[in-house]
Design a protein around this ligand. Structure first.
Ligand code: HEM
Length: 314
């Protein structure tokens, strides 16, 4: 929206010129299949801060379950809600990355990764705020949350699927919510952000095997030595292949930051509930610890084995 009172500078007319440095801005992010675009109409009449951002509605969404209401439950709810908002933004940017790669615009895709990493940092930095809650206080209202659990965060699962961590089993975690299950099923079947990168690199002339490009997208991609070999020229001549090289490093950084979030989350969980099982029915910290080492983009980790001397040890 142009002339936005909150300084968003004018929107775009949906047209974009070729690659531009990020500082010059401009250009609509391709959102083709973006469900967010079906948003409710902007309210009629003169906009105010509150009506544009729907502040009254937003502030009515924190409903504690504990009785008497525990002082810390508000922090617990708001922390999770803020995460969900950032997850929404991340999904939006991830779709943007895929769209730009399909359009052959790697620099614009790379610019969106800067934003994604910034948000990922926030997600990590937010954890100490929730850790100001003492475990003895959490214990006083935790039972009121059962059986709700972060396990059921649909947006987190959509992000995992889009990033490449495909796991059909998690479709069973969302209870009766058929709409959420349908969204997850569609994300499970769709190419991942990495599949879009592979396609882009193939079009750019790298020797990405056809069977990798045509793989079964419902399955987690575990990496392929032929792709690693195809990536070696990029890593041996980073200047020549700079846009691809930069993108690959952005993907790796995304992967690393997701693991860092998982690590900080599990430390918080250990601190809050020790070895107790989760409200979602898992073994709690033990299960979460097993996810910290998850890797999304196997090839990008493996390519490093070929860049220096020495033998691979794991
Ligand atoms: C007091 C703070 C928290 C505790 C004690 C906690 C505990 C847990 C536990 C035990 C699990 C394992 C699933 C289960 O059995 O329930 C889990 C999963 C999860 N939690 Fe939290 N959590 C906390 C805060 C958060 C916050 C602030 C978020 C932000 C959205 C979050 C997001 C998630 C997600 C996405 C999962 C699924 C992870 C996966 O399956 O890989 N949690 N949490």
């Amino acid at each position: 929206m142009s002339g936005c009172p909150f300084g968003h500078g004018g929107g775009s007319d949906g047209k974009t010129s070729g690659e531009q440095p990020r500082s010059q801005g401009g250009g609509a992010v391709p959102t083709g299949h973006d469900p967010d675009k079906s948003a409710a109409p902007v309210p009629a009449g003169k906009l105010t801060y509150g009506s544009y951002l729907k502040v009254p509605e937003l502030l009515s969404l924190q409903q504690e379950q504990s009785r008497p209401v525990h002082h810390d439950e508000l922090l617990f709810i708001i922390s999770h809600q803020v995460y969900e908002l950032w997850f929404k933004q991340m999904l939006h940017e991830m779709r943007g990355v895929c769209g730009y790669l399909d359009e052959g615009r790697p620099l614009r895709a790379a610019a969106l990764f800067d934003r994604l990493h910034g948000i990922q940092n926030l997600l990590i930095q937010q954890i100490p705020v929730l850790e100001t809650m003492f475990s003895v206080d959490f214990a006083q209202f935790r039972d009121h949350l059962r059986p709700a659990s972060g396990f059921q965060s649909v947006q987190f699962r959509l992000m995992e699927f889009m990033a490449g961590h495909k796991n059909a089993k998690v479709l069973g975690l969302v209870g009766e919510d058929e709409d959420a299950r349908a969204q997850m099923a569609s994300a499970l079947a769709a190419p991942t952000m990495y599949d879009h990168l592979l396609r882009f690199m193939g079009k750019a002339g790298l020797a990405i095997p056809g069977d990798v490009l045509a793989r079964d997208f419902t399955q987690k991609y575990e990496g392929d030595e032929r792709v690693v070999q195809a990536l070696l020229p990029v890593y041996h001549d980073t200047e020549r292949y700079y846009p691809i090289f930069r993108l690959c490093e952005h993907y790796l950084e995304f992967d690393e930051r997701l693991s860092l979030w998982r690590f900080h989350h599990v430390k918080m969980v250990e601190r809050m509930i020790g070895g107790l099982g989760g409200t979602g029915g898992s073994s709690g910290a033990k299960y979460l610890q097993s996810t910290v080492a998850n890797r999304l983009f196997a090839d990008l980790w493996s390519v490093r084995d070929h860049l220096g001397g020495g033998k691979r040890t794991y």
